[in-house]
Design a protein around this ligand. Structure first.
Ligand code: ZN
Ligand code: ZN
Length: 404
């Protein structure tokens, strides 16, 4: 019998202490008996997913945790979002992460159209297939306010600026070429034209009329960022001789997993938000185990609570994960690794460069005297993300000796 491992990433898990939580972090304040039990009998420590002090994006952090240095394998967020949304990319395509947003008198008032996804799928469909010059636009909704836009046509470049200004109260930025090439100039021109056409189509859409009837902000502007060309990487199976599956809700995580050649499982009800169906994800992970050595299980909501500054919500969500997922994993996997891809402290409402807590439990583990927390008094592991896969493969006895 071969040993099976699950790598559970609670996105943005790491945090700071809050007085209202009894000077504890959300993870420390959570009543999480299963996680505590694993910490008592497992190995604990800290991980910097990229390097000490580096503030990771979720995309670069996951690449690093899967053993693919982001310095070499990060090509812009659009690539991973498009792969995760199930767009079949071609050689010359340029892919973008897309938000539908709200503008009023040309000023951006909400970058996520109120974070309400009603009718967004249909609105993305209205943009799908339009053309600008000799370029066709592929537009696809993924989850919540998120989606993907791909430009398909000759002579395009990823060397262009983002139009997403990343803040409200200002107009959407013009797209500029970032080098002198004809390709970059053409791509910037097409994006500026597309911004205008998308706004017109969205403004007169009946789906936006329906949003207004429901008291929602209109999703009347397209925000693009993270331009990326199509790239491939050596599959993780070739590198490790181990089989990996991915169970995730968000397109970005499925996309990074697909990029490194994991088998990506579709889970109905895995929405990538706080209403995600955790039990469905647990069942999918147990099923995925049949055909893989390591199952990567991603849960996003911890990060969203961090971005919203909601430390009580974050604590309660960790309790829910402990109740609905952890004991099921303990019954079904030989080795369990729980960690985050980075910290998203509620106090900062953004990612930070602080280490994330790490817990490894099961076969071939020593019981250290540490805790699974940001203030672990007795950690035995201090690692970078790039070492994690080797550590897991060692535990499930799939590593070969290095030397004689
Ligand atoms: Zn993340
Ligand atoms: Zn985040």
């Amino acid at each position: 019998m071969t040993l099976k491992a699950v790598l559970l990433i609670l996105d943005g898990l790491g945090d700071f202490q809050y007085r209202k939580l009894g000077v504890k972090t959300p993870l420390e304040a959570a009543r999480a008996k299963n996680l505590n039990l694993m910490a008592k009998t497992g190995e604990t420590g800290f991980m910097f997913s990229i390097a000490p002090g580096v503030i990771p994006g979720s995309d670069t952090a996951h690449l690093s945790i899967f053993g693919y240095s982001p310095k070499k394998y990060y090509f812009g967020r659009g690539l991973y979002e498009a792969l995760g949304a199930g767009v079949e990319l071609k050689e010359q395509d340029i892919a973008f992460r897309a938000n539908l947003a709200t503008i009023e008198n040309n000023v951006l008032v909400d970058r996520r159209a109120g974070r309400k996804s009603d009718f967004l799928k249909s609105l993305f469909e209205e943009l799908n297939g339009i053309s600008v010059e000799d370029v066709t636009i592929i537009a696809k909704h993924s989850s919540e306010h998120r989606g993907v836009v791909v430009l398909r046509g000759p002579g395009l470049s990823d060397k262009i600026s983002d139009v997403d200004p990343h803040k409200v109260g200002v107009p959407i930025s013009y797209c500029h070429p970032l080098d002198d090439s004809e390709e970059a100039k053409k791509t910037a021109r097409i994006i500026n034209h597309l911004m205008h056409s998308a706004n017109e189509i969205l403004e007169r859409s009946k789906n936006n009329a329906l949003r207004k009837d429901h008291g929602l902000l209109p999703a009347n502007a397209l925000l693009l960022r993270g331009a990326a060309k199509y790239h491939t990487a050596e599959p993780i199976y070739e590198k490790t001789k181990a089989k990996f599956s991915c169970v995730a809700g968000g397109a970005l995580y499925k996309g990074v997993a697909k990029f490194v050649g994991m088998d990506v499982v579709d889970v109905p009800g895995a929405t990538g938000d706080k209403f995600t169906n955790l039990r469905a994800k647990l069942e999918a992970a147990i099923k995925a185990k049949e055909n893989s050595d390591v199952v990567f299980l991603h849960i996003k909501a911890t990060d969203s609570f961090g971005h919203d500054g909601d430390y009580v919500g974050k604590k309660q969500f960790i309790e829910k994960v402990d109740r609905e997922i952890i004991s099921g994993l303990m019954k079904n996997f030989d080795v369990i690794v729980v960690t985050g891809d980075h910290s998203t402290p509620c106090k900062r409402k953004e990612h930070s460069g602080d280490a994330v807590p790490l817990l490894i439990w099961g076969e071939n583990c020593r019981a250290d005297k540490g805790t699974f927390s940001e203030t672990n008094p007795s950690p035995t592991l201090f690692i970078r993300g790039e070492d994690l896969i080797n550590i897991i493969l060692n535990k499930i006895e799939l590593l070969k000796k290095y030397g004689e």
